[in-house]
Design a protein around this ligand. Structure first.
Ligand code: SAM
Length: 285
């Protein structure tokens, strides 16, 4: 396990993923009934952008920093970004931008008293950091476990409502297949849940195969969201990233139609950004 998210915290991919994640949680809050967020690859929860790892890549400067620094976000987009950006600001009340909240901390900040979070992390050091972050918090369960197993053992949640984020590091081959297999297993156990699966766009053919396999699952209601910051590179490079959303809130597509053009413009290199919003499977197929 060599992947350390601290090198990438707050980069364009985190911004995209976390904006989508926070929009889904905001939707879940529209009903009084409790929900659970299950984060199968949770990371450490809070990242130091002034630390050695983030300093080596400085990826956050082309990510979250651009959003915080922007003075030209249209008001309707600013409203949609507010739950996410308000948390970033509240994590950084003292000076500049130092702390970046990962997915479990974002979820926790958005939750109400009836909601719960299961945060799963396999790396022993990261699982320990995460457990320390949420020590004594009875709404959060930190579990040192293989996140792929959680898609079986931890579903369905007893709340019967919720969001499952699957955000693997893609450091070993076969991760796209594991995502599809994991989704099929999880969806059988918890068909009404919302699932958000993150994937990198480095090799378009690999992504196309992944999308084709998702179509073959016959799971209904699968929305694909993608954001690229540059046209495809000649050598494999993280040119973009995507999220597969199963059972998306009915509001998500229209929100993304406002958000993604703006994010593509703010986060792209030399105005080379683009986005995709399409249904891999809709209710009608
Ligand atoms: N979801 C986090 C966020 O948005 O802030 C970032 C997660 S990072 C991309 C992936 C994490 O998965 C790393 O912390 C890594 O240690 C962890 N990991 C790798 N393999 C895992 C597995 N099989 N089960 C659970 N966690 C795993």
């Amino acid at each position: 396990m060599n992947y350390r998210h601290a090198y990438h915290a707050g980069n364009f991919a985190d911004v995209f993923k976390h904006v989508v994640f926070t929009r889904i949680i905001e939707y879940l809050k529209r009903k009084e009934q409790a929900f659970r967020v299950i984060d199968t690859h949770a990371g450490i929860g809070r990242y130091d952008l002034t630390g050695t790892e983030a300093g080596k890549t400085a990826e956050w400067k082309a990510g979250i920093w651009r959003l915080l620094d922007s003075t030209s976000i249209p008001p309707d987009v600013a409203d949609l970004l507010a739950p996410y950006l308000d948390i970033i600001r509240s994590e950084n009340v003292e000076a500049g931008l130092k702390h970046y909240p990962g997915s479990p901390l974002l979820a926790r900040r958005l939750m109400r008293k009836q909601d719960r979070l299961s945060a799963i992390e396999l790396h022993p050091d990261d699982a320990r950091s995460l457990a320390n972050l949420f020590a004594g918090d009875h709404q959060v369960r930190v579990i040192h476990l293989d996140g792929w197993l959680a898609l079986g053992a931890h579903l369905p949640p007893k709340e019967k409502r919720g969001l499952v984020l699957v955000d693997p590091p893609f450091e070993i081959t076969g991760e796209f297949d594991r995502l599809v297999d994991g989704l099929v297993k999880a969806h059988k156990r918890f068909p009404g849940g919302t699932y958000a699966l993150w994937y990198p766009v480095k090799d378009r053919q690999e992504v196309n195969r992944f999308i084709a396999r998702l179509r073959e699952t016959e799971i209904p209601k699968i929305l694909r969201l993608e954001l690229a910051i540059r046209p495809p590179s000649p050598e494999p490079r993280l040119d973009g990233n995507g999220m597969i959303i199963v059972n998306p809130p009915y509001t998500l597509e229209s929100e993304m139609k406002l958000l993604l053009p703006c994010l593509a413009e703010m986060l792209s290199e030399a105005k080379g950004g683009s986005f995709i919003i399409d249904w891999i499977r809709s209710e009608r197929v």
